[in-house]
Design a protein around this ligand. Sequence first.
Ligand code: SF4
Length: 516
Amino acid sequence: MSYSAIWSENKNLNAVEKTKLKKDGLDIINEIIDKYSKTGYESIYPEDIGLFKWAGVYEQKPKNGYFMLRVRMTSGIMNAAQAKTLADIAEKYGRGIANITTRGSVQFHWIKIENIPDIFYKLKSCGMSSFEACGDCTRSIVGNPLTGIDREELIDTSSIVKEVNNFFLLNRDFSNLPRKYKISISGSIYNTAHAQINDISFTPAIKTVDGEDVLGFHVWLGGGLSSTPHLAKKLNIFARQSDVLKITEAVCIIFRDNGYREKRTRARLKFLLDDWGVEKFESKIKELTGPLLKSGIDKTVSWNASYYYGIHPQKQKGKSFVGLNIPFGEITARDLAELASIADACGDQKLRTTLSQNIIISGIDDNAVPQLIKKNIFTRLPIMPKNFLGYTVACTGNEFCNLAIVETKNRARQVTSYLDKKIAMEIPVRIHFTGCPNSCGQKHIADISLQGGRIKTKDGIKDAFTLWAGGTLEGCGHFAEKIKDLTDADEVQFILEKMLLFYKKNSLPGENFTSF
Ligand code: SF4
């Protein structure tokens, strides 16, 4: 009996599961190309719209014929030709704008159904894809954006990430999971891929095997944000580099066959892990993989919240990389094309997106850097941005997102510009704006977060934010806690100003928002 036949016997399946029993999400890709792009928006069956996610396509607010399209990125790395293609798509179909997400993916808005086949074609022509960038499947793999050039990377994960991505992409054995399956693989000692907030993660570790020191990974399981956030738990497993795919596959099989399909809110891997416990989960993994080694010595020393501003030496002698700020992840097609041309002419032909919605240009000759950073584009996309502008993240918000309660990006722009005028901080404070409790803006891991809501005031119902503080992924991690109930959005900048001045005056050296 197939696994979908087993689920069909479950009388309590949620509505999405019932739709998926009728049609595999991946089937929608050809239907978009062969049917809907020709018959038009009005002809799309409502049930099929939900499956568009498997093609990387979401209906954008206010559901009047436009879509968001997200492109899969692995470790955030794209070559210059791919970046030029993305710029071209943004220019032609996305009103000249592309957005970098908090998983380092690139997405476009204002996409029309009739244009999607050409976008699929353009992406395929340069070795990219939007398929399974969304939906109940294996999403873009996050990793170390500096992989291959990082002086402090213990394992170059390029080939591992590629192998895992190629295995899962368009694999119909894994195209119907209870919900999304997020993978993080990094060989950096700075936890560059946010291990604790992914379904499965690999961070560097070392173990002596038969008298020899072997570099491999710790395995983490069951992390995730949303309205019920969980920090991932470490398994007592040492993954050799050659074990990564088989462990990732085993966990995905367990999740597919045992994950909850009744309530969408309980469908993530974290809930299954909670109910089973780590030991049971580990033994189920080993039933599928065969024996695995017990965990080795953790080689992670601290957490980089994915900021790489400035000029830095690479592992390759005589080469540097430059990290620059893309305010709130929003970049014009023209700027993206120019960065691609710079990478082509002066770098290693690569651009690297970060989980803080920014970009890195790599492989620049050390002696070419001083001239390069004088280019005009770096006044718009600075390599040393102002403190608040440079360390603020914002999710899509209600400009396009159907789930959003408030607008985020413009608000973030206004608040950070105010704070940058008013306060000079010695150390950066990371602020995250998120338009609803779903947390694409990752409110749980920021120093200060603002989560959108609505409040009744004497002037009527207004946009508002709850305030959170103290999130970090240092060590095993600690989620931000709510410190203030809904506050009028127009007041937020003044409250932040007071908070930050108090912190500046009273914090001890090295004291962050978690310990403050
Ligand atoms: Fe939309 Fe909410 Fe996600 Fe922001 S956090 S993009 S508002 S679903």
